[in-house]
Design a protein around this ligand. Structure first.
Ligand code: NCD
Ligand code: ZN
Length: 346
């Protein structure tokens, strides 16, 4: 198969930032994607409905002319979040999820949640109205090894939480382990997981062997090869509980190539060709549309997109920009380390 027409994809986990960075990276997403779940970890974070509304307006104002793109907003959960504000923002259609960052887990998460029981009233209100909780699923206690943080989160935080608040709909964001793959499949219609493009391509060797590669460093950090293989199997299975969330997370090069480099891979530009490559490798091109365009809307109870895109496999390797030059500074595009023959034509 050399040409593939799919419903226009959505990105169920995206960082767009703000200001000059937003302006610079937004076209990279709107070129291929119809909608995206917009992460709220700005500085300061998007905590209230009023802040989400203002942020959505800034995104819409930054859209390239005529781009048909719908930002799906989220709120950043804090111990001070007001359940009534969350419910009002959801019922007005403004927000589609609330994001749980355990305090200290990742970029701009210091305002996140320390004691989960303090946000139970918010989570109970969300369960009642069916509003999903997107979880950054890592514990942050210093005694837990960074490569074990996801598995420990599932056992000590997520599973107890789902038992404490029955009916809470949860998206396990950017899963990176076979434990994440298995747990996501165990929860029925109210549990799902997003998988990033880069975690289907790199394992931890790519970050560390032959010199440290800051552009492959993201959180959750890529794990060993057996986990990457489990993620590939899950993503290409067609199972309804797995869908694409790129976690495309732009940082300027100066902050990536740094003594204390920021976490995040920037994949908005080339995600669709890379996914076509991965799915072809796995003999699963027929499942690509489920992963990028069908399973996500079904979980979020939204219609699938009517527009289509066509991805074509060329005889020659296709090129994509090495960097996106934003007015905030250059952002390096994720380099898969192999030639890619697929190209999005429309
Ligand atoms: C994200 C960012 O830079 O905002 N970084 C990352 O490595 N994925 C935060 C996040 O989603 O963890
Ligand atoms: Zn993210």
């Amino acid at each position: 198969m050399h040409s593939l027409t799919l419903r226009r994809p959505d990105d169920w986990h995206l960082h767009l930032r703000d200001g000059a960075m937003l302006k610079g990276v937004l076209p990279e997403t709107t070129r291929h994607f119809a909608r995206a779940i917009i992460m709220p970890n700005l500085v300061p974070p998007v905590v209230t409905g009023a802040q989400a509304l203002a942020y959505r307006d800034r995104i819409l104002a930054a859209l390239p002319d005529g781009a048909p793109f719908e930002p799906l907003m989220t709120l950043y959960l804090t111990e001070g979040t007001d359940p009534a504000d969350v419910v009002a923002a959801a019922q007005s259609g403004l927000i589609k999820a609330v994001k749980l960052y355990p305090a200290g887990a990742t970029t701009n998460s210091h305002g996140g949640v320390r004691d989960l029981t303090r946000v139970y009233p918010v989570l109970e209100a969300m369960a009642k109205i069916g509003l999903p909780l997107c979880t950054h699923g890592e514990v942050t206690t210093p005694d837990v090894d960074i490569f074990d943080r996801e598995a420990v989160f599932i056992d000590t935080v997520l599973d107890p939480l789902r038992r404490a608040i029955p009916g809470l709909r949860v998206v396990m964001e950017h899963i990176t382990t076979s434990e994440g793959v298995a747990y996501a499949a165990s929860g029925g219609a109210d549990l799902a997981a997003t998988i990033t493009t880069h975690h289907l391509i790199i394992n931890r060797n790519h970050i560390l062997v032959g010199g440290i590669r800051p552009h492959y460093y993201c959180l959750p950090v890529a794990k060993r090869e057996s986990h990457r293989l489990a993620l590939r199997k899950a993503a290409t299975s067609g199972a309804a509980c797995y869908f694409l969330g790129t976690d495309s997370a732009p940082h300027i090069d100066a902050l990536k190539e740094h003594a204390c480099g920021c976490a995040g891979c920037f994949t908005a530009t080339n995600t669709m060709p890379l996914l076509a490559h991965v799915f072809e490798d796995e003999n699963a091109l027929g499942q690509l549309e489920s992963f990028t365009s069908l399973n996500g809307p079904a979980f979020y109870r939204l219609p699938a997109n009517e527009a289509r895109i066509t991805i074509v496999k060329h005889a020659a390797a296709q090129t994509f920009p090495e960097k996106i030059l934003t007015e905030a500074g250059p952002v390096t595009v994720f380099n898969p380390g192999f030639p890619v023959y697929w190209h999005v034509e429309s």
